[in-house]
Design a protein. Structure first.
Ligand code: ZN
Length: 300
């Protein structure tokens, strides 16, 4: 190696160090998962930010009015070129307008775009929700799956049918082995079933099986709220949901409704407790009866 080559290598080394410092400086420190991936607080909801040389890939945009906080975490000069929405709920789509106005494309399941494009009934709150403005809606939708590259990162995404809404998706940062799954995992809040969209407890278990199949024991699973999960923790939640599904169905076959199930302590003895067991059981029953033909061959 002559002197010129040594100098060239030294310069390259300095450049690499400077680049990686610059990239890591862009990453929010709070919930760093790798040198390129972080969990960002989106007004209580978890957002996942991936930093590439040409800008960020962001999963979910955060709750309404949390835009300044999210932008503050990403950095004042941050550019998000791709935003995913894991589903249509406001905590995941609340700042879509801000990122769209700055040039981001918004990728989501087609059903998510449809829910955001029309007024819809919120049965639990007995009110209509207005359609979101055009500027907040997904710009690129899919039905089954898709993939993209961001720098060296392979990003696969796909549909998780009827797990929490009818438009849930996972976003799998495959190279980093981190998967964002939105509200399909719920280690902190009560698992929620938006039955009005067709979501139900059997769909949730099936969707969790899709995630288990795609992942390995080192995969980090990022839920919409609460701590990042290991695959083993996620599997434990899946098994618990299957146990709940089986218990609820047995009681339903005996003619029990949600209040009977609360009184019979159907959720007792599980690894977790519910803040609002009646709401969960009400929504689970509603969802289950919309799918009763999938539960037992003796029911027609
Ligand atoms: Zn949700």
């Amino acid at each position: 190696m002559d002197r010129r080559e040594v100098l060239k290598c030294a310069a390259a080394g300095v450049f690499t160090a400077w680049t990686s410092r610059r990239l890591s400086a862009q990453l929010p420190a709070g919930g760093r998962l790798t040198d390129k991936l972080s969990v960002v607080d989106g007004g209580g909801a978890n957002l996942v930010a991936f930093s590439a040389s040409d800008g960020f890939v962001l999963v979910d945009s955060g709750a309404p009015k949390s835009g300044d906080k999210v932008m503050g975490a990403l950095g004042s000069n941050a550019k998000v070129h791709t935003l995913f929405n894991t589903h249509y709920h406001p905590d995941q789509t609340g700042n879509n307008e801000i990122f769209a106005a700055a040039g981001a494309k918004i990728v989501a399941h087609e059903h998510t775009r449809q829910w955001m494009s029309t007024d819809y009934w919120v049965p639990g709150e007995d009110r209509y929700q207005k359609a979101r403005p055009e500027a907040a809606r997904p710009t690129e939708t899919f039905h089954t799956a898709g993939s993209m590259k961001a720098g060296n990162e392979q990003i696969d995404y796909g549909y998780l049918p009827l797990a929490h809404t009818d438009g849930d998706i996972y976003v799998f940062f495959k190279t980093s082995n981190v998967m964002a799954v939105g509200d399909v995992a719920s280690p902190l809040r009560d698992p929620a079933l938006d039955y009005f969209t067709g979501a139900w407890i059997g769909g949730r278990v099936d969707a969790m099986d899709i995630i288990l199949k795609l992942s390995n024991e080192l995969t980090k699973v990022v839920p919409a709220y609460g701590p990042v999960m290991t695959r083993a923790e996620f599997k434990a939640e899946r098994d618990m949901m299957e146990e709940v599904r089986s218990r609820i169905w047995k009681r339903a076959l005996q003619g029990d409704g949600p209040q009977d199930m609360v009184e019979a302590s159907v959720l007792k003895g599980l690894a977790r407790t519910w803040k609002d067991p009646y709401k969960f059981l009400y929504d689970a029953n509603k969802g289950m009866f919309a799918h009763h033909n999938k539960l037992d061959p003796s029911v027609i």
